[in-house]
Design a protein around this ligand. Structure first.
Ligand SMILES: Cc1cc2nc3c(=O)[nH]c(=O)nc-3n(C[C@H](O)[C@H](O)[C@H](O)COP(=O)(O)O)c2cc1C
Length: 479
């Protein structure tokens, strides 16, 4: 398979959905759908009436029709729910997720990849976060049923994923370990997915084994994966701290600038020589979205670059039009996005990893909007498994109601300024839940430092730009 020069980075939840991945893939580069929260995305789109019919059309191609029918029967609402109605939710992911949830994950990942790949031969990848261990197995199987070409995994050490892909080629069951906060080595928890137990049809045709790319930020981790992964690692995306989304925490104790951002130093820069020495293809990410930086990456021996921020605000992005337009009108059109518009927040994400936040008014980035949100954990993607003092295993999230978190043995300090990314990221793509008492979940935007340079796509009075514009610009110096 041809190697892409540009990877459009996976952006959850649904910022890189099938439309964006498809647009990039049609241009000959690697379009990547996000595999995060796909179950909620699918069922909320169905509950909004699936106006363009794409969800139901893709489900018709799902190889297990009875599962597709069950999902439509349970969630599709003709004409859509009313503006004051709440979305019906699926169960929360857990180590032993109910069958209906596992099926929903498989079908939802299938829908995203199938639509992105429909009717052309371009490459499409799926991105998952290693930390979402309780949902990754069915998501990967569903993506493989749709013929996904690449699997990209970040936010952790995805050592066990290559072996999972090998097992799913033959529809064999797969098991991965689940991290447990505060556990001794004696506590071992794992989660499994068995295609034969979940699907109602008995699939036999072998699936295509996707190319596996690990998203890493150090050569030590890359070397560890090459040596210890449960199957073949095909390459790396090397992501630096200027990238949008989650960033790796600084090495050593966390120290903050006067503004409250983590201080990164030389030790946090990836050793590109060490990565090149492994002999596998790699792509550089994190403010590499320009022809000059593409040339620089290639001069360093990279196959190319992975770009997120520039695509996040283009026409095909899943971000709600209102949010995109707000960012564009507020900053980009005036060619004056202050670099302070992006804040690397050490606390916002329940994962404990720094998370880049766009300081946009009327989002959870503002203290009063954050304070007005009644804490609630009803999606649970970022819940961590932990051992309580009495030895019991429990799920908890530092963004859940403080008293619940503390009752489960969590430290009250861990809850300070934590934001419910699950609900906020769904609000970003126009799928906000209306909670009890009418509270509507609010967005929280992420972008990389590259946000400050996106005005270049909006010259001559334009107020929007396409994925094609981004790709043409990036490749403008390639001969
Ligand atoms: C809105 C947004 C959401 C993102 N979500 C994810 C994600 O879910 N998983 C992931 O591995 N990376 C995520 N990223 C990182 C991108 O995939 C990409 O590596 C990064 O944006 C590259 O740096 P750049 O933003 O400077 O182009 C996200 C980035 C943005 C801007």
């Amino acid at each position: 398979m041809k190697q892409p020069m540009i990877i459009q980075g996976g952006m959850g939840v649904g910022v890189s959905d099938w439309r964006l991945a498809r647009a990039v893939s049609l241009q000959g580069e690697l379009g990547v759908v996000s595999g995060t929260g796909v179950n909620s995305m699918l069922i909320r789109r169905l509950q909004l009436g699936d106006a363009d019919g794409q969800m139901r059309r893709a489900l018709q191609h799902f190889p297990d029709p009875s599962i597709a029918d069950e999902i439509i029967d349970t969630y599709y609402v003709e004409g859509g729910i009313g503006p004051s109605q709440r979305f019906k939710r699926s169960s929360l992911p857990s180590v032993h997720s109910p069958l209906a949830l596992q099926r929903l994950y498989v079908a939802a990942a299938f829908v995203e990849v199938w639509l992105a790949k429909e009717g052309h031969g371009g490459m499409v990848g799926i991105n998952v976060l290693e930390k979402l261990q309780t949902s990754n197995l069915p998501v990967l199987y569903g993506a493989m049923l749709a013929g996904v070409d690449h699997v990209l995994v970040g936010a952790g050490v995805p050592r066990e994923i290559p072996g999972v892909l090998d097992a799913f080629v033959e529809h064999r069951p797969a098991t991965i370990s689940v991290s447990v906060t505060g556990a001794t080595d004696a506590v071992k928890v794992s989660t499994s997915f068995d295609p034969h137990a979940v699907m109602t049809i008995d699939a036999k045709r072998p699936l295509h084994r996707p190319i596996f790319l690990a998203i890493i930020s150090s050569s030590t981790l890359a070397t560890h994966l090459v040596q210890k992964a449960t199957g073949r690692v095909d390459g790396f995306v090397v992501e630096g701290v200027l990238a949008g989304g989650h960033n790796a925490p600084p090495r050593g104790p966390m120290k903050l600038t006067d503004r409250g951002e983590p201080i990164y130093g030389k030790r946090d820069e990836a050793d590109v020589d060490g990565i090149r020495a492994l002999g596998l293809p790699f792509w550089l990410a994190g403010s590499f979205g320009s022809p000059e930086r593409l040339a620089e990456a290639r001069a360093l021996g990279a196959a190319g670059i992975q770009v997120g921020t520039a695509f996040a605000f283009c026409d095909e992005s899943g971000l709600s039009k209102g949010l995109r337009d707000d960012v564009i009108a507020r900053w980009m059109m005036h060619d004056s996005i202050p670099s302070e518009a992006v804040f690397t927040d050490p606390l916002a994400s329940p994962t404990g990893f720094p998370f880049k936040v766009v300081l946009l008014p009327n989002t959870l980035a503002e203290a009063d909007v954050y304070d007005a949100r009644p804490r609630k954990c009803d999606l649970g993607y970022l819940r961590q498994l932990a051992v309580r003092d009495d030895g019991k295993l429990i799920y908890r999230c530092p963004a859940e109601p403080v008293k619940d978190y503390v009752k489960k043995g969590g430290a009250v300090e861990d809850t300070v300024n934590r934001k419910c990314l699950c609900n906020a990221l769904l609000a970003n793509i126009g799928l906000a839940q209306r909670q009890e008492h009418g509270y509507e979940e609010q967005p929280l935007l992420t972008a990389g430092d590259d946000l400050a340079s996106l005005g270049k796509f909006l010259s001559d009075g334009r107020d929007h730009y396409s994925a094609h514009d981004v790709l043409s610009y990036l490749k403008s110096s390639v001969t």
